[in-house]
Write a protein that binds this ligand. Structure first.
Ligand code: ADP
Length: 259
């Protein structure tokens, strides 16, 4: 795993623009010769929720991994103006031998947070994600949606300023997915995270995001950025709004155009 150096570098211009994550002409070419990303310019502002959609293989995960400092760019730069970053994957990746509480405490534990503090944070996080009463359960006793709640709660215990989410709800059934979108939306409003969110679902992107970035096929470039001009907090009824449907149609048409 590459270690961070360009990432977590706070530059003055980013600060002036109130940017939390800045991609500046970022290019990623793998040693295999694959160019995954080609010249990404994107500012994610503090407290903003940005969703990224695009065809499979266009570099969405690579983009997020670079923001997390798990990959470095070949040229250009990626700056994240905080050390406090949480990453949530599609797989909840829970330790099967640890109960809900033990799993939720894990990232704070790895971050060196003392036992009492991480216990308090875990209890608050369990409550925040609606898992009160399940602290002693093992992952094998949980549904897919509950496991994802544990994964979200685990990220919360590190008190992240930035949340990076790589298709976290992709494996869930539709109703559970709606519940998880509502939960994530509420948490983002309460905790004021800056979020970058990868998804294949255009309606999920429109429901959650302040801006939706549409990417081209590989090598991934930014095709367009759509501002979603709905106030927060948003409610379920938004999904039946005419303007919501128009956003979904506009972005889906862009996606079909680039595919
Ligand atoms: P997406 O998330 O949009 O599906 P990825 O970011 O996973 O796309 O991958 C973008 C491209 O980079 C793909 O062609 C993929 O095969 C390639 N790729 C991803 N990771 C690596 C790697 N470690 N080594 C070589 N190629 C990679």
């Amino acid at each position: 795993m590459d270690l961070i150096d360009t990432v977590l570098d706070v530059d003055a211009t980013s600060l002036m623009k109130n940017s939390q994550i800045t991609f500046d002409k970022a290019v990623k070419r793998f040693p295999t010769g694959t160019t995954a990303l080609d010249g990404i310019d994107l500012d994610v502002r503090r407290g903003e929720f940005v969703a990224v959609v695009g065809p499979s293989g266009c570099g969405k995960s690579t983009l997020l991994r670079m923001a997390a400092g798990l990959d470095r760019c070949t040229s250009g730069s990626v700056c994240v103006a905080t050390y406090s970053v949480g990453f949530i994957f599609q797989e909840p990746t829970l330790m099967p031998w640890r109960n809900v509480q033990g799993n939720i405490e894990l990232s704070a534990e790895l971050g060196g947070v003392d036992k009492n503090t991480r216990r308090e944070r875990a209890i608050a996080a369990i409550d925040a994600v609606g898992l009160t009463g399940f602290a002693d359960q093992l992952p094998s006793a949980l549904s897919g949606g509950m496991k994802m709640r544990v994964s979200l709660a685990r990220a919360l215990t590190s008190l992240p300023e930035v949340l990076l989410l790589d298709e976290p709800f992709g494996a869930l059934d539709e109703m559970t997915r709606y519940d998880m979108q509502a939960l994530l939306h509420r948490l983002c409003n309460e905790k004021k995270f800056t979020a970058m969110f990868i998804t294949h679902s255009v309606s999920e992107a429109v429901f959650l995001a302040d801006r939706v970035v549409v990417m081209t096929p590989r090598p991934g470039r930014i095709h367009s950025v759509v501002d979603i001009e709905f106030d927060r907090p948003r409610t379920e009824s938004l999904r039946f709004d005419r303007v919501f449907t128009e956003y979904v149609a506009q972005i889906s048409t862009s996606l079909r155009g680039v595919a």
